[in-house]
Design a binder for this molecule. Structure first.
Ligand SMILES: [Zn+2]
Length: 302
């Protein structure tokens, strides 16, 4: 019998062979802003039921979705992207073939687990031996990027393993969230503003490494700068309020950032209006960023 993954096989590059497989180093969990804030508060991506059609629907299997795909037309899953090393995900776990979903672009699915999954209708898959869309040669992983790869991790995923947080475009028309979302066609700027406002107002420093780059020099990532600038843009508006001392501005600023984070932009602006001037707001936000990240926000140097 032909193995179900055979039609999706790719060739690993080797000496004299160009190969059709792509190197698989990073996988992403992409989600909307609200769940992203929950993930940051929990410090982990919590697994959930599989909502779209799958042979695993009846089993009530709960998973965390991961994919190496870059969404050319925008993601259907949201604008906030958490990236992980695939090697960390598969370490000490087994891989099983699940199915192919025949969307316009076929999606092949694997489940990754350290549990005994013999009761599920899935097939063990050895990436070092099988000719399929997921291959392993030595320490290097490969995937067939002609199709969509979906990895279902059957455990929660600690953000301790997260390497990078980024903000990407949402698809113009399609959303995978049950009931849809208000982020169709968004380019990720507002979600970036909300996530950065959340981290700064709550003082969550555990994710600083995911928002800092070290090459060519240590600096805030483009994603972080974008979020900080967006938060400033949303709060500044020819401010001329009564609050002028640093301590009082800091208190109002944190309150406004927290309101912005939870999606209450109008209330956040009303709070920010208490601040004496845009310059005061900018200066104290710059100071807050510096205390938080131990780095300067280039985006706030006007
Ligand atoms: Zn959506």
């Amino acid at each position: 019998m032909t193995k179900p993954w055979k039609p999706y096989a790719c060739t690993v590059p080797s000496s004299g062979v160009t190969g059709t497989c792509s190197v698989l180093s990073t996988v992403h969990h992409v989600t909307h802003t609200e769940p992203a804030l929950r993930i940051l508060a929990d410090g982990k991506v919590t697994r959930g039921l599989i909502y779209d059609e799958s042979i695993l629907n009846d089993s009530r299997t709960t998973v965390v979705w991961l994919s190496p795909n870059n969404w050319y037309d925008g993601s259907r899953y949201g604008c906030v992207q958490f990236s992980f090393d695939f090697a960390d995900i598969v370490a000490r776990r087994k891989i099983y073939w699940v199915e192919v979903r025949e969307y316009k672009r076929h999606a092949y699915r694997f489940i990754i687990s350290d549990q005994d999954l013999s009761k599920l209708p899935i097939t063990p898959y050895d990436a070092t031996k099988e000719e399929g869309p997921l291959r392993q040669v030595g320490e290097v992983w490969y995937w067939n990027s002609e199709h969509t790869a979906e990895f279902l991790l059957d455990s929660s995923l600690l953000l301790h393993y997260c390497k990078k947080i980024d903000f990407i475009k949402h698809h113009d028309k399609f959303c995978a969230a049950p009931g849809g979302c208000g982020e169709l066609g968004h380019d990720g700027t507002n979600p970036a503003g909300r996530v950065l406002a959340f981290l700064l107002s709550r003082g969550f420093r555990g994710f600083n490494d995911n928002l800092i780059v070290t090459d060519p020099k240590t600096a805030l990532s483009t994603a972080a700068e974008r979020g900080i600038l967006r938060a400033y843009e949303q709060l500044s508006a020819d401010l001329s309020g009564p609050i002028k001392s640093n301590d009082n501005v800091d208190a109002a600023l944190r309150a406004a950032l927290l309101q912005l984070a939870i999606g209450e932009a109008t209330l956040a602006q009303a709070t920010a209006k208490l601040i004496g001037s845009d310059d005061l707001l900018c200066g104290r936000l710059r100071e807050l960023v510096k205390r938080h990240f131990k780095l300067e926000a280039t985006a706030l140097k006007f």
